[in-house]
Design a protein around this ligand. Structure first.
Ligand SMILES: Cc1cc2nc3c(=O)[nH]c(=O)nc-3n(C[C@H](O)[C@H](O)[C@H](O)COP(=O)(O)OP(=O)(O)OC[C@H]3O[C@@H](n4cnc5c(N)ncnc54)[C@H](O)[C@@H]3O)c2cc1C
Length: 288
């Protein structure tokens, strides 16, 4: 493990952006991914280590008009216990409830989960299914500048994102879901809350008279990045969830997933689990 040459603890987004502006800094939030990776030597610290954990602006969850804003430093525990999240975005609370142990949840942040960009990150499929965007900030021309990136354009590959080396992720924004919005998260693991996902699925949409509209289906751990399953969504959109529609949708889902074999499961097993668990989720929606 290498050691950073400098350590900074900014108190504001402005100060953090300043510290990142030469592109030679590594950002530390909860440290549950970063410290393991640097300790194991799979990645190295850049020249300056910037610990953002004291920036109050990044720790809040709010609803303003029809948009939620979840600060990058909100922890998984805080998501799980947020009244706003449980009431309006229960699929996020479900994912938080399947995320690691209490100790990890207390430190792990939403921003860290997104920026680590693991295809198995548990918050990623539900956030994709909620049409989330991420806000990125940097210092340019002596000013703090912010830009928004739709989450489905943020992930470029395993541990690669559209965020530049001089940017930090400040918040996730989510449109307020409409009435009768339905959302379910499923995670497959030997001990689902403690293990990294073998596969995960997020299903969302407006559910009325056994029909889903505005359907969103997102998969984790079946491709190099978390993905929207757009052909599966099209097979479900506006259709009554009867046996034929469900059968077509789960076949489509299996064909659409492109998993690999690794230490946790074979590609074949992952495909079969997408098929079976998607079927279970759709039957639950039909009976809801
Ligand atoms: C025992 C154990 C169990 C785990 N279980 C799960 C699990 O069940 N599900 C799951 O999804 N993950 C799991 N993880 C992985 C990890 O806890 C999560 O990915 C966590 O959300 C990372 O957040 P963090 O705040 O700790 O990020 P850090 O480790 O601090 O950072 C992770 C990466 O993101 C960057 N980063 C962090 N915040 C920002 C920001 N605001 N802007 C720009 N870059 C940023 C860092 O530079 C680093 O590259 C587990 C980890 C461990 C050690």
């Amino acid at each position: 493990m290498n050691a950073p040459a400098a350590y900074l603890v900014p108190a504001s987004v402005d100060e953090a952006a300043d510290a990142l502006s030469d592109g030679e800094a590594t950002l530390l939030a909860g440290g549950t991914d970063l410290l393991l990776q640097t300790h194991q030597g799979v990645r190295a610290f850049r020249r300056t280590l910037v610990n953002i954990s004291r920036i109050a602006e990044l720790k809040t969850i709010s609803l303003s008009g029809d948009r939620f804003r979840i600060g990058a430093l909100v922890t998984i525990t805080e998501l799980l216990h947020s009244k706003l999240v449980c009431q309006h975005l229960p699929i996020l609370a479900q994912a938080a409830d399947h995320f690691a142990s209490d100790q990890i949840r207390n430190a792990a942040t939403v921003g860290g989960n997104l920026c680590n960009a693991s295809p198995a990150g548990d918050m990623l499929p539900p956030l994709l299914a909620l049409d989330a965007t991420v806000e990125l900030a940097c210092r340019k021309d002596h000013r703090l500048q912010r830009r928004n990136v739709p989450l489905d354009q943020f992930f470029l590959g395993p541990r690669r994102t559209a965020m530049a080396a001089d940017e930090l992720l400040t918040a996730v924004e989510i449109p307020l879901p409409p009435a009768r919005h339905y959302g379910r998260f499923f995670k497959l693991g030997t001990r689902p809350a403690l293990d990294i996902s073998i596969i995960s699925i997020a299903l969302a949409g407006v559910l009325e008279n056994r029909q889903l509209t505005g359907v969103r289906v997102a998969f984790g751990a079946v491709a190099p990045i978390p993905v929207r399953a757009r052909r599966t969504e099209a097979a479900l959109e506006g259709r009554t969830l009867d046996a034929e529609v469900i059968s077509t949708a789960v076949e489509t889902a299996r064909a659409e997933a492109t998993p690999i074999s690794d230490i946790r499961a074979s590609a074949w097993y992952r495909s079969e689990m997408i098929f079976n668990m998607m079927r279970r989720l759709l039957h639950e929606a039909a009976d809801a």
